[in-house]
Design a protein around this ligand. Structure first.
Ligand SMILES: [Mn+2]
Length: 254
């Protein structure tokens, strides 16, 4: 009999949009920016309190490429506050390659447990100590990626295989003008993953379909609203995958 897989706990967030209120001369002191930072701090607090093994950030962590050294240092300090591995997927606001923030800031050097997904064709982040492989496609400035289409097979040597993606789940094949499309067919192809961590929608939503467990975490602090959102906690064990949304309630309220 095969040994039982190592139980794992994931924390999942996306669309943090750090620095979104870029026009303010107050910079990071602008209340809107402080609220976004407080939202992400609360995600890290939750991941620590729940003793998550991995923190998944499914794109649009930064709002734009003009991230200054101070905000990059804030981000690295938060990654370093989380004792587990953080997997960061570039989204359309913080794309990989030309015109993206990762050209300016080497976050992995500043935060040794951070793993950045870099390949727009898709790559696995292999975490043998956790018996986990995380697969995702980095988004480029062209936003022509199909985040979940035609995935590679699972890594058979890892008990747990999870996908991370930044895109728009469309209900029908007809919406061809959408960039970063995730179609029902793509979700059906994603049934092989134990969990699909989605980003691009600011609102938390369960879009599981076709056998895939696929969830948008939503933003910690949505851009349009007052208040805070949720982070998703995922448990993987011998009984399979279960997830729950946990509300974020940071101290800071502008
Ligand atoms: Mn996006």
């Amino acid at each position: 009999m095969a040994p039982e897989p190592r139980p794992l706990r994931l924390a999942h967030t996306s669309d943090v949009h750090l620095g979104a209120h870029a026009a303010s001369p107050r910079g990071r002191r602008e209340p809107g920016n402080r609220r976004l930072e407080a939202g992400f701090r609360a995600v890290v607090d939750l991941a620590r309190e729940r003793a998550a093994d991995v923190l998944l950030i499914a794109g649009d962590f930064f709002d734009h490429a003009r991230v200054g050294a101070e905000l990059a240092a804030f981000a690295a300090a938060q990654f370093n506050r989380f004792p587990g591995v953080t997997v960061l997927l570039p989204g359309n606001h913080d794309p990989i390659g030309a015109h993206g923030p990762h050209e300016r800031h080497d976050l992995e050097r500043m935060a040794p447990r951070l793993r950045l997904i870099r390949d727009p064709e898709g790559e696995f982040i292999d975490l043998p100590a956790l018996d986990l492989a995380v697969w995702g496609r980095a988004i480029t400035v062209n936003v022509t990626e199909r985040p979940l289409a035609a995935p590679p097979p699972r890594r058979r040597e890892r008990a747990w295989n999870v996908a991370i993606a930044h895109g728009y789940a469309v209900a029908e094949e007809a919406q061809r003008e959408r960039s970063l499309r995730i179609t029902p067919d793509h979700l059906a192809e994603s049934a092989q993953w134990d969990y699909v961590a989605l980003g691009h929608w600011d609102v938390h939503a369960d879009v599981s379909a076709g056998g895939a467990l696929a969830v948008y975490s939503g933003s910690p602090a949505a851009l349009g609203d007052a208040g805070y959102g949720v982070a998703v906690i995922v448990d993987l064990d011998a009984n399979g995958a279960r997830w729950r949304a946990e509300p974020l309630a940071p101290e800071f309220a502008p």
